[in-house]
Design a protein around this ligand. Structure first.
Ligand code: FES
Length: 138
């Protein structure tokens, strides 16, 4: 005979479903679909307001597969967010470099050059411009 679901069983089932993506993303961050580019930037793509990018740091815009940095106030640079080591998305940071949390590579905010870690190559640059306080691909 089948018993009706109890509140505990329903909550346990929901917790299992909710935890699955977290476990998967910890096991292989590069496999997380939310970390992959969904809308490749074309010239003229409005990426974000400049206020979203910290001075001395960077912000990843996963939808566009792009990381935008602000090495010094008012100067913006952009790079492909896929790490040159094994393709994980780099992370957002206010720590003075662009970090890849998969294996610890670090990249220069201004040039995308490799600073540390297993990556051998720099991040690929993305051409951008600032229009009316917004980051726009060039
Ligand atoms: S994928 Fe970035 S350090 Fe390995």
């Amino acid at each position: 005979m089948t018993q009706p679901p109890t509140r505990r069983r329903v909550l346990a089932a929901g917790a299992g479903v909710a935890m699955a993506p977290v476990v998967a993303s910890c096991a292989d961050p590069s496999a997380d679909p939310q970390l992959h580019q969904q809308d490749p930037p074309r010239p003229g793509t409005d990426v974000a307001p400049t206020t979203d990018v910290p001075v001395g740091g960077c912000q990843v815009f996963a939808r566009f597969g792009t990381v935008v940095s602000q090495p010094v106030e008012g100067e913006f640079k952009a790079f492909n967010a896929e790490c040159s080591h094994k393709g994980c998305f780099v992370g957002s940071s206010d720590e003075g470099h662009i970090p890849c949390r998969c294996h610890g590579s670090k990249f220069d905010l201004a040039t995308g050059a490799r600073l540390a870690g297993p990556a051998k190559a720099p991040l690929d640059p993305v051409a951008i411009k600032v229009e009316n306080g917004r980051i726009v691909t060039a």
